[in-house]
Design a protein around this ligand. Structure first.
Ligand SMILES: Cc1cc2nc3c(=O)[nH]c(=O)nc-3n(C[C@H](O)[C@H](O)[C@H](O)COP(=O)(O)OP(=O)(O)OC[C@H]3O[C@@H](n4cnc5c(N)ncnc54)[C@H](O)[C@@H]3O)c2cc1C
Length: 479
């Protein structure tokens, strides 16, 4: 029999557990060549408004994930070959030289990623090889859904009704116990450092929710911690709107976006946990959030490029939206003079993370209070977030902008009400804005109401060590 070689092109599936591409390649080939290509257009590129396409937080997380993947592959007898370039060229060239039979990869669903995989597929055909697509980013297998992807219901509740009770979630694929080494001679390739793309290394900020470290091993550890070690999942429903620390929510998002953790793995572990320690509304709620994540992926696939456009799915952008750089920069730098907004933006810029509650508020503020083009905000998140995922990010922004498929017409967030409810004593604001440390609980979310004397007594001078509010906080009393 002829000796067959397969390339495994790792993308956003940086793991060995529940990895269909790996399992399928092993089923068909005698040798595997695992490759990761650092796409220079993403790591070194710019968004349409000129922000780095991938900032330092996500870059470092991915490099750590690659180190970990390499170690885990080596333990099983294989290797991770790393290159910098364009995946459609680099993978093709290695496939040509290695005379492989197939390239296996996870199928992506969003515009830029689809273009790359399509180009690679065409090139491989020209040398008689095949790109085989596998799945692994969602809870559900699209083939198991009761509708074709392009008929995904337009509301989440309808979608949930149609899938939740009837569609089974498949078992995760087992982690292989052994991997066949390749006899093809290929340089291993270094994993870059932050300086490769012009970033400086940075220290972990003690105030960050977690010292996020990339990799499958860390992702599985976090899963074990959040379920089995701490039982935090049992109180998720009550804590999930928190703002400070690692424990108020799962913090699975960065592991899910890079594929260090598989959603099916989380689901099955959750089911085991429920059998052993009991289910409640909180354990269900974590599953419910994963359902949202799947839904946004399906919406991304169904509406393709629309999710990246100003008019979104409705095709009707608000005429008030402007791409005003000056106003946008004030928001992005956390200098609006509205403490709840500034604290969240400073957390994002310092750590690469922001809570879900924070994300909803800063997005609503930018779009609905400042009337700024929502794509600028979405691109800033794309640049800064450690857990950036195209569908989760753009579809959430689109919803808040009111150009998605949300049946609730107005998703306006009253910043003052939100700040008072979720940061009642101002602890979160004071954590990120130490200049407001001495402001009283009554005025912590409304420093624009401090008199000159009050400012003096709390060592504050508005316009000097904390900005004057760009919008009077009284605006939110009218609702
Ligand atoms: C404007 C905006 C932009 C966002 N951008 C992203 C993004 O780029 N990447 C990303 O992963 N999430 C994004 N989210 C969703 C959500 O804020 C994060 O997934 C969540 O805060 C991550 O923290 P966690 O893992 O502790 O979440 P948990 O509350 O523990 O939830 C568990 C998991 O469910 C999923 N999930 C939860 N809420 C949502 C949601 N609203 N939409 C989609 N999935 C969800 C995530 O995978 C999350 O890890 C965005 C939300 C908003 C409002």
């Amino acid at each position: 029999m002829k000796h067959k070689r397969a390339i495994i092109w790792f993308r956003n599936d940086l793991r060995l557990h529940d990895n269909e591409a790996l399992v399928e390649a092993l089923r068909n080939a005698d040798e595997i060549i695992p490759i990761y290509v650092i796409d220079e257009r993403v790591f070194g590129g710019k968004t349409s408004f000129g922000f780095p396409k991938m900032g330092k937080f996500r870059q470092r997380f991915i490099f750590e994930s690659l180190e970990n993947l390499r170690q885990n592959l080596r333990q099983l007898g294989s290797e991770l070959y790393v290159r910098i370039g364009k995946p459609e060229d680099v993978v093709f060239e290695i496939a040509r030289q290695a005379k492989s039979s197939w390239v296996y990869c996870n199928r992506e669903r969003t515009d830029e990623e689809v273009r790359i995989q399509d180009q690679l597929e065409q090139k491989l055909w020209s040398i008689g090889q095949e790109l085989r697509f596998c799945r692994g980013k969602m809870l559900y297998h699209t083939a198991d859904l009761p509708f074709p992807v392009n008929h995904t219901p337009e509301t989440f509740s309808q979608y949930r009704k149609e899938v939740e009770r009837i569609t089974p979630i498949r078992e995760p694929f087992a982690t292989p116990q052994y991997l066949p080494q390749t006899s093809f001679d290929l340089a291993v390739g270094d994993i870059p450092t932050l300086s490769t793309f012009g970033f400086s290394d940075f220290e972990h900020d003690e105030r960050a929710v977690l010292p996020f470290k990339g990799g499958e091993t860390e992702g599985l550890k976090r899963l074990k911690y959040y379920l089995w070690d701490s039982d935090l999942v049992k109180t998720y429903e009550e804590t999930r709107n928190g703002l400070i620390g690692g424990d108020y929510s799962s913090k699975f998002s960065a592991y899910l976006s890079t594929g260090c953790l598989s959603p099916k793995m989380i689901y099955h572990e959750l089911k085991k946990y429920e059998s052993a320690r009991g289910d409640n509304r909180s354990t269900y709620w974590l599953f419910f959030e994963l359902l949202w994540r799947d839904y946004f992926r399906l919406i991304g696939k169904k509406h393709e490029k629309s999710i990246f456009k100003l008019g979104g799915i409705t095709g009707k952008p608000d005429k008030k939206w402007r791409a005003d750089e000056r106003v946008f920069n004030i928001w992005a730098e956390g200098k609006t003079g509205i403490p709840f907004i500034d604290a969240n933006m400073r957390e994002l810029n310092t750590t690469g993370f922001m809570s879900n509650r924070g994300r909803q508020n800063v997005a609503s503020f930018l779009i609905k209070d400042l009337n700024i083009n929502w794509l600028m905000g979405a691109e800033w998140f794309e640049s800064q977030l450690i857990d950036y995922d195209p569908c989760s990010n753009y579809v959430n922004w689109m919803y808040i902008a009111g150009v998605g498929n949300d049946p609730r017409e107005d998703r306006y967030f009253n910043i003052l009400t939100q700040a008072s409810r979720y940061d009642t004593r101002g602890d979160y604001v004071k954590l990120w804005l130490p200049e407001l440390q001495k402001v009283s609980v009554e005025k912590i979310h409304r420093p624009d109401m401090l008199t000159e004397e009050e400012q003096m007594s709390c060592c504050l001078k508005l316009g000097v060590n904390y900005p004057k509010a760009m919008i009077s906080s009284s605006k939110w009393l009218k609702f």
